[in-house]
Design a protein around this ligand. Structure first.
Ligand SMILES: Cc1cc2nc3c(=O)[nH]c(=O)nc-3n(C[C@H](O)[C@H](O)[C@H](O)COP(=O)(O)OP(=O)(O)OC[C@H]3O[C@@H](n4cnc5c(N)ncnc54)[C@H](O)[C@@H]3O)c2cc1C
Length: 433
């Protein structure tokens, strides 16, 4: 039997250290430098954050998802999941531990598909935390359906020329390079006609038109760029992987990215549940603690039930990824985790907000940010509806329809079949009576 829900004692020690370190040293960064984890650091920030990264490295927890040849530990996805649920508590934590999106996914695909030169130029500085990167795929007129993309890369001698629009390219304003998905051959099926390019952000023709802000951020001062690529020239060796391989690369990237979001969401939802419980045990009303009211007990029980199911499922999916080492084989479960994630976070954060009364709705508590985060989780890396279609298709693959008049589980037919199966014994018993 191989089922085991325990963590190795040595790794548990590291997790315990990470838990305390994140609470004591990293969570304060969220208040000192809010929303600045993707902005080049000032000298003051470096004096605080560089030693924290060194501590993480000294404990062997830097970029744990990558192999030792790439500066990580090669721990794989399950160990990353256990760590990420701690890191999910704090927006700064992933940066301090070298596992921040979108750089993790970008690093994974360069590690997987990049040439040695591309790895030296982009991957190593990315892993050292010296640069940021952007994944530029969604277009203003098409996000959920990549077959509608029109951003075009045309070959010109030994160069490629890129023209088109991209939207919601996160962190482009601070990224050193962009990974851009383009139509490189419009004459074939889109699944074979798109390619990925590594484009330095300062290449002439990369025009960041607007930095779209999420709700609550100042207009045009957000982190999600609308980019107009106008005659952007890159050499042949800017191609990542082979020509026409963009869809395969995108699946590698998004598969990892989606489950990493799930891992961090566990931490965030746990934080909301912790706050819910603290409030329930602190606030008295109408003669008793909130914790003694059945409605509030219901909130706590429902939240725990949702969280524990989600957590076990994410850990199982991470285990599957390590086992098969092939995102395609785990696509159904990654998509299932992606579907469930926004609801789990939304529901628990909403209940925690409700139990905090008016205070819960203010910008002095983090609940609206969490609820907004749940909305984002239902869109980033693909809308929930599209993932539901993926799951349904994959589930249906394991089933067959019937040509019979009634379903195969129709009880009258099952009774008849059961009688036939045990006809000998039944006849004997009748005969013995
Ligand atoms: C915070 C954030 C960060 C992001 N970062 C990046 C990034 O770094 N790089 C990048 O390339 N993109 C990024 N995105 C974009 C994200 O991938 C897209 O938002 C997503 O793919 C959906 O595309 P869309 O917004 O154009 O929605 P649309 O494609 O217009 O879909 C809108 C809605 O239509 C419905 N819908 C769509 N398709 C179907 C269907 N087949 N069946 C039923 N209903 C459907 C769903 O309700 C869906 O939410 C980010 C998005 C967010 C919110």
């Amino acid at each position: 039997m191989g089922w085991d829900f325990e963590t190795d004692p040595e790794y548990q020690e590291l997790l315990d250290w990470a838990d305390e370190f994140v609470r004591e040293k990293v969570e304060p960064l969220d208040h000192l430098f809010p929303h600045l984890q993707f902005v080049p650091m000032t000298d003051e920030m470096r004096r605080i954050i560089d030693p924290l990264k060194d501590e993480v490295r000294a404990h062997g927890l830097w970029a744990t998802h990558l192999g030792p040849d790439l500066g990580g530990q090669g721990y794989g996805q399950l160990k990353l999941a256990l760590l990420n649920e701690i890191l999910g508590r704090s927006p700064w934590a992933s940066t301090v531990f070298g596992t921040q999106a979108p750089d993790t996914g970008n690093a994974e695909i360069i590690a997987h598909y990049g040439t040695d030169e591309q790895k030296d130029r982009y991957l190593q500085p990315l892993l050292r935390g010296e640069m940021f990167s952007t994944y530029s795929m969604t277009e203003p007129h098409a996000g959920a359906d990549p077959t509608q993309f029109t951003c075009r890369a045309t070959r010109d001698g030994d160069e490629w020329v890129i023209n088109g629009w991209k939207y919601f390219s996160s962190n482009a304003k601070t990224a050193s390079f962009l990974i851009v998905m383009c139509v490189s051959n419009p004459d074939v099926n889109p699944y074979q006609g798109m390619s990925m390019f590594l484009v330095p952000t300062d290449t002439p023709g990369v025009n960041i038109v607007r930095n779209v802000g999420l709700y609550g951020e100042p207009m045009n001062e957000g982190f999600h760029a609308l980019i107009h690529y106008e005659d952007v020239r890159v050499p042949d060796d800017a191609l990542l992987g082979g020509e026409g391989q963009a869809f395969a690369i995108a699946q590698t990237r998004l598969g990892g990215g989606r489950i990493h979001h799930g891992m961090r969401t566990i931490g965030l939802a746990q934080r909301a549940l912790d706050m819910l419980c603290e409030r329930a045990l602190s606030r008295q009303t109408q003669g008793s603690l909130l914790a003694d009211k059945q409605f509030v007990q219901g909130y706590i029980a429902d939240s725990y039930a949702q969280l524990v199911q989600f957590r076990l499922f994410v850990l199982y999916t991470a285990w599957e990824i390590d086992k098969y080492n092939d995102y395609k084989k785990v696509r159904k479960d990654i998509a299932t985790a992606k579907i469930v994630m926004p609801t789990v976070l939304h529901d628990i954060a909403w209940r925690a907000m409700q139990v905090h009364g008016a205070l819960g709705t203010t910008n002095e508590m983090p609940f609206f940010q969490m609820i907004h985060g749940a909305g984002v989780m239902g869109l980033a890396d693909g809308p929930t509806e599209v993932h539901k279609m993926t799951v349904a298709r994959q589930v249906l693959r394991d089933h067959r329809g019937t040509d019979e008049m009634f379903p195969t589980q129709w009880i009258p037919a099952r009774i008849e079949a059961a009688r036939e199966t045990y006809a000998d014994v039944l006849e004997l018993e009748v005969g013995n009576l």
